[in-house]
Design a protein around this ligand. Structure first.
Ligand code: MG
Length: 500
């Protein structure tokens, strides 16, 4: 069956192709700036990217296009895919209309200055230089929230930019369940098999050997070479040019090889989402993943649910032994323990599966208070340290491992952090449903990775952005973001030490 039957929708998808082409070029230029661009290309490239985003805005707000979308909205009997097109375009047109370009420009300008100041302030371990920028970025975000509009809280408008339909009260309900639950499990894990450090964290590797590991693992899980790439960048990411050109990166730090390997597996999850979208949606407004939370669910699923397991360790061990060598004196059990170590750390990006969401809970509360003007930016470091002490029992030694550790606020981004936890939740919901059909450890041991992919395609990937995140979860999992599923998964894996 052809998905787009309605003549107005067909016309929209044809007209949209030019807008898609601008996005395509934008993605490729962004990818290139991280991978190949010579250092001095940066100023020309930022002008090119800024001009392309102006062009994008012009095209999507063209009277002719906007009225076509209006017309489409009034069409009767649109199917799931067709109404998805209207939902996504209406949302985008609204966002573009409501935020004045001057405000976006101001945010862009302030955050590029803030980024430099933040880097220096973090290196000097001093909060004061960054404070005026934080104040201004909070103000600008409040202005954006006011322009966008909201029903309950200004923070809702910001959350909705990253996760369609997410409200402050949804996020609060999630963290109200997770915080006590995780604290309780962490106490039980303390002193057990998974708790502490592993000597493999300090062992050095050769970049070329590790590259061979990553490539062989990708081959094993059937990363499609003719439609996808693996490259190197300091901060691993995934970018999609379209359904047939998806690219991931990883990094090689030279020690603690799991960091390079699990970056690959994480980004592979993001890439697989984009690669498994129904081909009929290619070049349309719904031909990409629907939200950051659902996207992160796909990456965490491969990184944690599939790969951070004894079954996967056994399957991957011959590859490690062949290329790295030093792993051969460790048993699969021991390497699995290295993959799954739990230890409270002040740094979010180094956190394990159990403590990770505690870091997000803290950021959610602070952001929400800043945007509601219940917390003054100058008080952030103290509140941060106190919450850290209360939640994880550790105190950052200075602000570089406290309130200044992340780049998000310096980028002018507020409301993004909760999507990381939504991702972990979505991964656990997928795990529960798949496990109800076939045991995941059996699928992994028999290398039936295609069966896992088919399950993901059927339940999530095929839809692209046709369904909103909440509708997608309701349709495929019969519920909304379920923090209970995440707690069950953590309990099974880390408290009971059971295979699933
Ligand atoms: Mg990710």
């Amino acid at each position: 069956m052809r998905k787009f039957q309605n003549p107005v929708i067909k016309e929209i998808t044809e007209k949209y192709r030019r807008i898609w082409a601008v996005n395509h070029a934008n993605s490729l230029l962004s990818w290139d700036s991280e991978i190949y661009m010579p250092e001095k290309g940066v100023s020309e490239r930022s002008i090119a990217l800024a001009e392309l985003s102006v062009l994008y805005r012009e095209l999507i707000l063209k009277d002719e296009f906007v009225s076509l979308v209006e017309k489409g909205k009034n069409e009767k009997d649109l199917n799931l895919w067709e109404s998805g097109i209207i939902r996504v375009l209406e949302r985008e047109i609204n966002r573009m209309k409501k935020i004045p370009p001057e405000l976006l420009f101001e945010l862009q300008k302030t955050s590029s200055e803030a980024f430099q100041v933040w880097k220096n302030a973090k290196a000097q371990k001093k909060f004061e230089p960054f404070l005026p920028y934080l104040q201004k970025l909070v103000d600008l975000n409040i202005q954006i929230a006011e322009k966008l509009g909201y029903e309950e809280k200004p923070y809702d408008a910001l959350l909705d930019m990253y996760e369609e339909g997410l409200r402050t009260r949804d996020a609060k309900a999630v963290f109200d369940v997770l915080k006590p639950g995780l604290k309780n499990y962490l106490e039980k894990i303390r002193g057990g098999k998974f708790y502490g450090e592993h000597e493999l964290e300090r062992i050095k590797y050769e970049t070329l050997s590790m590259k061979s590991v990553n490539e062989e693992v990708l081959k094993m899980i059937e990363y499609p070479e003719e439609r996808a790439r693996l490259d190197v960048s300091p901060h691993p990411f995934t970018i999609s040019m379209g359904i047939n050109d998806v690219r991931i990166t990883t990094r090689y730090e030279g020690y603690d090889f799991k960091r390079s390997l699990f970056s690959v597996l994480h980004e592979f999850g993001h890439a697989t989402y984009e690669l498994q979208i129904d081909p009929e949606l290619d070049m349309t407004p719904i031909g990409t993943g629907v939200s950051l939370g659902i996207h992160e669910g796909q990456s965490r699923f491969w990184e944690n649910v599939v790969s951070r397991t004894l079954a996967f360790t056994e399957v991957v061990k011959p590859v490690l032994d062949k290329h790295l060598g030093f792993t051969s004196k460790y048993s699969a059990e021991d390497i699995y323990r290295y993959f799954a170590m739990v230890k409270p750390s002040p740094i979010r990006t180094e956190a394990d599966e159990v403590t990770y969401n505690v870091h997000i809970a803290l950021r959610f509360e602070i952001e929400q208070m800043l945007i509601e003007r219940e917390l003054k930016p100058e008080d952030v470091p103290e509140v941060w340290d106190n919450m850290m002490q209360d939640l994880l029992g550790i105190k950052p030694v200075d602000v570089s491992e406290g309130a200044l550790q992340d780049v998000h606020w310096a980028h002018g981004t507020f409301g993004y952090f909760p999507t990381y936890t939504l991702g972990n939740i979505v991964a656990s919901m997928m795990m529960k449903k798949l496990n109800g059909k076939s045991r995941i450890y059996e699928l992994v041991r028999s290398r039936s990775f295609n069966e896992i992919k088919e399950f993901l395609k059927e339940n999530v990937h095929q839809y692209g952005s046709a369904l909103s995140p909440k509708d997608l979860l309701a349709r495929s999992f019969g519920k909304s973001y379920s923090p209970e599923d995440l707690l069950d998964y953590i309990q099974l894996k880390y408290v009971k030490d059971k295979e699933y």
